[in-house]
Write a protein that binds this ligand. Structure first.
Ligand SMILES: C[S@@+](CC[C@H](N)C(=O)[O-])C[C@H]1O[C@@H](n2cnc3c(N)ncnc32)[C@H](O)[C@@H]1O
Length: 217
């Protein structure tokens, strides 16, 4: 905790207090983009540096890892980035419905055993959370080196009403421009591995549906 304490300006203490009020935290009304499982933070801090008109929030479960991300963020001198030490499974305590304009999932843990499928961040249970948090029509951007996780995720996304687009089975040999690499991505690309990527457009969730007026009989 001592290490995290040195980064109070970046790692948000008691993030639940900003639920529905993240614009107040940043002091502006810029769109909010969030990365779940941010790791050591290379992706989110580079994105924040390159896009000052967007507010970025990196969510990471492991304290020792988020500390590394905070160190990186400070070295980049960005004011549009916050880090949250939290479990994505409980993230509805931190964000209000429709508060997030884009979600990034980069190299999420694959949990290859079938009995662990519910832990994958693209499992239906998580997608139901993301559907509430994302503004309808906004997107999840997903990258992984793991073919099995990619296949599973495409199916889960499609089954949950997300519209898939810009699917790449080999990102680094594709025409995609503007890719920002994560730490894991650099490692896998250096090993000659393929990177899979897709974008998934969020459907309208129950949280946004207009209440139906009962039809008079
Ligand atoms: C394989 S690493 C990838 C890190 C980074 N995105 C990258 O591409 O370099 C996955 C990260 O997700 C985090 N993570 C896994 N499950 C999580 C959860 N339920 N909530 C928050 N973070 C989680 C792990 O602690 C780990 O740092």
């Amino acid at each position: 905790m001592a290490k995290i304490g040195n980064y109070k300006d970046i790692i948000v203490a008691g993030p639940e207090q900003y639920k529905g009020r993240w614009h107040e935290y940043f002091g502006n009304n810029n769109p909010i983009h969030v990365e779940f499982g941010t790791g050591k933070g290379q992706f989110i801090s580079t994105m924040a540096k390159e896009n000052p008109g967007i507010n970025y929030i990196g969510v990471e479960l492991v304290e020792g890892v988020i500390y590394q991300a905070a160190k990186k963020a400070r070295s980049k001198e960005v004011s549009n980035l916050a880090l949250v030490n939290y479990n994505v499974a409980k993230i509805l305590d931190v964000f209000e419905a429709g508060e997030i304009e884009r979600l990034y999932l980069n190299f999420s843990d694959p949990w290859p055993k079938k009995r662990h499928a519910k832990r994958r961040l693209t499992h239906t249970n998580f997608l139901n959370i993301y559907k509430q948090l994302l503004v309808p029509g906004r997107e999840i951007h997903f990258k992984t080196d793991n073919e099995g996780l990619f296949e599973f995720s495409l199916n889960e996304l499609a089954d949950n009403g997300f519209r898939l687009k810009n699917i790449s089975l080999d990102l680094h040999n594709s025409e995609f421009v503007g890719n920002v690499m994560t730490e894991y991505e650099e490692k896998f690309v250096n090993q000659g591995m393929k990177i899979y990527r897709c974008e998934a457009v969020c459907p309208v969730s129950e949280a946004f549906r207009t209440p139906q007026v009962p039809v008079a009989s």
